[in-house]
Structures are given as C-alpha cells and as structure tokens.
Design a protein around this ligand. Structure first.
Ligand SMILES: NC(=O)c1ccc[n+]([C@@H]2O[C@H](COP(=O)([O-])OP(=O)(O)OC[C@H]3O[C@@H](n4cnc5c(N)ncnc54)[C@H](OP(=O)(O)O)[C@@H]3O)[C@@H](O)[C@H]2O)c1
Length: 403
C-alpha cells in the first residue's frame, strides 16, 4: 500500500478520503499495490466519521512518518497550507492540492522546493474543479504552441448569469438564490468581483507559457454591473454574456491576460456553457481548437481531480515530475493597446453624444421590444485607450467587450 495523508477534512478533503476507499478497484489498475489514507489532519475531531481514528492535529506526525509518500492539501488559504506543504516536500513527500489561492500566490516557490528535494507538486483541482485540464496541458499538449487559453472558470458567476438570462431576474435576487443553494459563499466577493476567475487564468496562463503570470497585474472585472437589458441586447446580436478569464498571445509575441464579462457569439463553443458548468477553451497552432467541459466545483468532481494527482504521484515515486512553470515572470502586454469591439449601454438621451464621440457606432435594435429610455451600441474594433478617449466623460450604464 502507498500511504498518504490528507490535510483538511472539509468538502474536498472528505471527498478525497471517500473516493480513495470507494474506487480502490479502479485505482489499482494504475497503482497495483493500492493507496491508503493513513492520516487526516484537521483542527476538529470527527467522532461520527468512519475515519475518526485517522484524524490527527499535528503536522509533524505526518512529515516525520517515512511511510507517508504523498500529502494532499485540501485546507485552503495561504497559511498554514504553505508552511505544511513546504514541510512535507522538504521531508521527502510529494504534494498535491486543490488550493488555487496558494498555487497562484506561492506555487512557484513550492515547485522549486519540490525540485530541490526531488519531489513533485501537482494541482489539477485548482482550475476547473473536476475538469482534467492541467494534466492534458502538461502531457498531451507539450508539443503544442498554445496561443489562446481560458474560458468559463467560475461556476457561481456562470450560474448567476444563466439565471439572469433565463428568468430576467436581477443580480441581487439571483445571488441570494445561489447562496441558498450553496453555489455561492456567504461572502461572494471573490466570485462576483472576478478574483477567483483571475487566479485561475493566472494559473492557466503560467502553464501555457511556462512563465509565471502575476495575478496582481491581470485586469479584473466582475459581473456586478450586468443587468437585465444586457442579456436582451446581447441576444439581439446573437451573443450571450459570460464571465471569462482569457489569455491570448498577441501578434508581437506578448500575452494579454484578462478577467471580464464578454459577449460571446453563438458560433463559439463557450456560448452554450450554462449553469454551474465550467469550460476551458484552448487553441494550439497544430491541434487547432479544443474545449474541456465539466463541473468546476463540488465535493466529488474536485476530489476526483485531486485523486488523479495522487495516482500520478503514486505511479512516479522517486521520479520527480517536471515543474509546471519556471520562476521567470510573464510580462503582460500593455492592456491599453489591446483591441476589442465594445458594447455600450446608456440612457437614450446619451445616444447623440456617443454617436458624435465614436467615428463608427452600430445601434442594437431590439425590434421595438426595448423601452425608449435605453440605447445600446457596438463599436468597431478599437484599442482600450482609444475607447477610453472617445468615451471621455460621457456617462454610460455598462460596457462589455465582444469576444
Ligand atoms: N469546494 C469546492 O468545490 C472546491 C473546488 C475547487 C477547489 N476548492 C479548493 O479546495 C480547498 C478546500 O476547499 P473546501 O471547500 O474543501 O474547504 P472546507 O470545506 O472549508 O475544508 C477545509 C478544511 O480544512 C480545515 N482546516 C482549516 N484550517 C486548518 C488548519 N490550520 N489545520 C487543519 N485543518 C484546517 C477546515 O476546518 P474548519 O472547518 O474547522 O475551518 C476544514 O475542515 C480550497 O482551497 C478551495 O478553494 C474547493
């Protein structure tokens, strides 16, 4: 048996422990000796759990036990997750995690620690929950030059946007339903302001380029300004509103990375992705377009991704796996020069000012169904800087980029 330890017996951690027990038969096809959870580290006791006898509270018990070969960190947050992960790597254990916050902020350091100690650090579950995306990037797509990666990376916001679109409901009302259903956290800021999506696109951009994309430098907008009329105007031009994290290689070789709502056209594979589902779109110069679709969160899907790392680590004991990226920083393109078409929604009385400010503006016709008080337009493809200059002081209700 290969002995492992799980740090954090919450939603994901308990899923990992159960999955390893329940799916041992399938795991043994790849790891014939089997995998066994020897320790579960948590702050609390779990007296009613069938795993109560494995619960410990001191990380040293795990790091000092030579039988433990793999540690799964499913606690979340930066500390003590970072300290515990580093300690495990330094003690000769490989580590895997679902903790995107830690991977984005300190993953480079942990990969370096892993390398220095002949160990591996994997984090399949940190992006896209149950969707296998990081392993395909590390294995099946190593030969590809990736030029676009990203997509719908946050199930909470995709659920909210889908409900708003289908039911014409207001953002605050749908957020409340999402919280009641457990799709959104009590403090939804990280989801609705786009921070969670931003961390995930930083991880994907780092993987695609092999250099570290810095989350703090990635322009980030959430969905709080999206309102019912935006869906009607989007539909009128054959598009849907989606919060995307997108990284693109530009003509000059630099990378643009951004989190923002986009109007996605019907022909694009991301268009029909709705509800809590996530999808990651990849373009490689040889393989062309790919899309990876599935549940971006939840106990079982996320645990499945963590256990896929455990199995890979168990198959490579004593064989360190290549780091996902190196310490070199990915320099991002000047976002002011990035070009897009922009959708603008404004009070109808602002229409003449907008038409005078932009050299070319296409008005969106709702076929008489929109009220007389609002107007919406689409610009030509222009740079972010030109857009800001043209818009100047004109007050508008919302602006969304077109994909
Ligand atoms: N849930 C998902 O669907 C999902 C999907 C993808 C990724 N993730 C990521 O996976 C990680 C875990 O998420 P989760 O939803 O499983 O969180 P969770 O349910 O809150 O579980 C975390 C567990 O770790 C325990 N813990 C916290 N600090 C600890 C410490 N210092 N020592 C020992 N145990 C400690 C917590 O105990 P207390 O409850 O007592 O604090 C809790 O039992 C997060 O990074 C999250 O972003 C989650």
């Amino acid at each position: 048996m290969i002995e492992i330890a799980v740090l954090g017996f919450g939603t994901v951690g308990s899923g990992v422990v159960e999955l390893i027990d329940n799916n041992q038969e399938w795991i043994r096809r790849s790891v014939p000796e089997g995998i066994h959870v020897k320790y579960i580290l948590d702050i609390r006791e779990f007296p009613n759990s069938p795993y109560a006898d494995r619960v410990v509270h001191n990380i040293d018990l795990i790091t000092e036990d030579p039988e433990v070969k793999i540690v799964c960190e499913t606690m979340g947050g930066k500390e003590p997750a970072f300290t515990f992960s580093r300690k495990a790597l330094e003690s000769g254990k490989s580590v895997c995690t679902s903790n995107k916050e830690l991977v984005e902020a300190l993953g480079t350091e942990l990969m370096l620690t892993a390398k220095q100690n002949g160990m591996s650090y994997l984090f399949e579950a940190s992006v896209g929950g149950g969707i296998p995306i990081l392993r395909p990037l590390r294995n099946s797509l190593v030969q590809e030059e990736i030029t676009t990666i990203g997509g719908i990376l946050n199930g909470t916001t995709n659920y909210i946007l889908t409900k708003m679109e289908q039911e014409g409901a207001a953002f605050d009302d749908v957020l409340k339903i999402a919280q009641e259903k457990g799709y959104a956290e009590r403090n939804p800021e990280a989801d609705v302001e786009g921070y969670d999506c931003g961390r995930k696109i930083a991880i994907l951009a780092s993987l695609a380029t092999g250099r570290k994309a810095d989350y703090d430098e990635i322009p980030c907008e959430g969905i709080t300004k999206i309102a019912a009329p935006d869906f009607a105007y989007a539909k009128a031009i054959g598009r849907a509103v989606k919060l995307l994290g997108i990284a693109r290689k530009l003509g000059d070789g630099s990378w643009s990375v951004r989190t923002a709502p986009f109007l996605v056209p019907k022909e694009h594979p991301l268009y029909p992705v709705s509800g809590v589902f996530n999808a990651v779109f990849v373009h490689g110069t040889m393989v062309d377009d790919l899309m990876f679709y599935g549940r971006g969160a939840g106990k079982n899907p996320t645990a499945s991704a963590v256990v896929s790392d455990v199995v890979e680590l168990a198959m490579h004991i004593g064989v360190p796996l290549r780091s996902a990226w190196n310490e070199e920083k990915l320099t991002l393109a000047n976002s002011d020069l990035e070009c897009h078409r922009f959708y603008i929604r404004a009070a109808a009385e602002k229409a003449p000012a907008l038409q005078a400010a932009f050299s070319s503006l296409e008005q969106i016709d709702l076929g008489g169904q929109g009220g007389p008080e609002t107007a919406a337009f689409v610009t030509d493809e222009i740079s972010e800087r030109t857009f800001a200059q043209c818009l100047g002081e004109i007050e508008v209700q919302n602006v969304i980029r077109l994909l």
